[in-house]
Design a protein around this ligand. Structure first.
Ligand SMILES: C[S@@+](CC[C@H](N)C(=O)[O-])C[C@H]1O[C@@H](n2cnc3c(N)ncnc32)[C@H](O)[C@@H]1O
Length: 453
């Protein structure tokens, strides 16, 4: 098969994250967004030895399980790629994809407890990071998501179905107001411009809303008028915070050099499984609150009776998992790299009356060296790249009887599991939890036990 040439291919399998797999003679071809059962004309876009990728040029035979997406931005917005499938089909594919990765890695002999869907199929997100830009170069100001398959360009997503009406009202109000002000949006390549992001957070169980306008320091705009405008809007939830964050960082991500409170306070509160959590502007918090309650319940069930056990909550964010298991544990030690999240975790634990929790800030690979406690259970919930090899080495040295691995990336999960299995553990149970309907992402929870000697 040659790069640039076109071939007819039948798609036979699905691979994480949402890749269709077809075969041409003996060649295995990966096609993004292709579905098992489709016959496609595909152009080869990459050929490196046996790693072959193609792009859909024409659908020659369509599958009968496709539906029309509910979202009007589908196809242009790079946010949801699976909205053309029924939710049942999305779940079926996600389970197949995760299990195939286990099979390819020869990880077997465990109890598979299936996949659970998000309690809400739409409007489930409690946070959205919208970006300022334009749709076409030099066009009017837009605010929303990156355009699908394009390096530049932002589509305004004023009808996004992953968030509720309050998010949509805020986006429209902010965009309409700022369009008239002719402020330049920030360009990631030249690092010039002012408007960067609008971040909206809304707690699902307490209905508190936080609005965070993120700009560079290249101009000095007065947000008083916009703040007044936002405060006069009527929301289904309660507006508790309006912030202005200055971010001169070069990375295309939302972070803050300085946060000014324009109204209210710099956090919202969320209730999960009977506990309260303070969420600050830059702390990690699961983006699907009701899904998180299900995910954390799975972890709690996997842990079982913990009354006399020392639990480590590694990559703990705002300490959610640790605090949910704390009432039944002897003690909980959490480690997290974002200091703001650790402050919130300790604050939350005090607020929830939990006296047996301690959260410390730092990179796990470094901080863990000084930890003297001996864990009975280690919970790992790393970001997408998985557990750093140095950190994993230390984790294994604790020789804990149980490890619970919560993963948002099944590819790095199986890589880390192989190392853990080679070091004297067996997998007991696996359950998949979908927190991200209409996207290819999924959470997997694995319970491992140290082999009896
Ligand atoms: C998937 S989140 C899990 C957070 C938490 N368990 C929860 O459910 O809300 C991963 C967390 O790991 C943190 N993190 C990333 N790299 C880290 C490192 N090297 N050391 C410690 N924490 C890290 C991130 O800031 C983030 O809060």
């Amino acid at each position: 098969m040659n790069k640039g040439k076109e071939y007819e291919i039948n798609i036979e399998e699905t691979e994480f994250p949402g890749i269709g797999i077809g075969y041409y003679n003996d060649h295995r071809v990966k096609v993004k967004g292709a579905l098992p059962g489709q016959k496609l004309r595909v152009r080869i876009t990459k050929r490196r030895k046996e790693d072959i990728e193609g792009k859909i040029i024409e659908i020659l035979e369509e599958v009968d399980y496709k539906v029309s997406a509910k979202c009007p931005h589908f196809g242009v917005c790079g946010g949801c790629s699976h909205a053309f499938l029924t939710y049942e089909k999305q779940l079926e594919f996600k389970a197949t994809q995760v299990l195939s990765l286990f099979e390819e890695a020869a990880i077997e002999d465990f109890e598979f407890l299936g996949i659970e869907g998000s309690p809400e199929e739409y409007e489930y997100r409690n946070k959205m990071e919208f970006t300022f830009g334009d749709f076409e170069k030099g066009g009017e100001l837009t605010l929303g998501m990156h355009i699908k398959n394009r390096s530049f360009g932002i589509v305004t997503v004023d009808n996004c179905q992953l968030v509720d009406k309050d998010f949509r009202i805020i986006l429209t109000t902010v965009l309409n107001y700022l369009k008239d002000k002719e402020l330049p949006y920030y360009r990631v390549v030249s690092h010039e411009g002012y408007l960067r992001n609008l971040v909206v957070r809304k707690s699902k169980n307490t209905d508190e809303i936080l609005i965070n306008l993120v700009t560079t320091s290249q101009l000095n705009f007065d947000f008083v008028e916009l703040t007044d405008l936002l405060m006069k809007l009527s929301f289904e939830g309660k507006l508790t915070s309006i912030l202005h964050t200055t971010n001169d960082g070069l990375a295309d991500m939302v972070q803050g050099d300085k946060v000014d409170i324009l109204f209210g306070r710099d956090y919202i509160e969320e209730d999960l499984l009977g506990l309260k959590f303070i969420i600050r502007p830059f702390s990690f918090f699961q983006t699907n609150s009701r899904g998180a309650e299900k995910l954390y319940s799975i972890v709690r069930d996997f842990i079982g009776e913990t009354s006399s056990k020392v639990v480590f909550d590694l990559y703990c964010g705002t300490g959610t998992i640790g605090q949910i298991v704390a009432p039944k544990a002897k003690s909980v030690l959490g480690i997290e790299i974002i200091p703001e999240a650790v402050v919130a975790a300790n604050e939350n634990a005090a607020f929830n009356g939990l006296t047996n929790c301690r959260f410390i800030a730092g990179d796990i690979a470094k901080v863990i060296v000084d930890v003297k406690d001996k864990p009975d259970i280690i919970i790992l919930d790393p970001p997408r790249p998985g557990v750093h090899p140095v950190a994993l080495d230390y984790v294994l040295k604790f020789n804990a009887p149980e490890i619970i691995y919560v993963s948002c990336n099944p590819k790095t999960l199986v890589k880390d599991l192989k190392v853990i299995l080679e070091n004297g553990y067996v997998i007991d149970k696996v359950k998949i939890m979908d927190m991200f309907a209409h996207t290819p992402h999924v959470e997997t929870v694995v319970r491992l036990q140290r082999k009896q000697m």
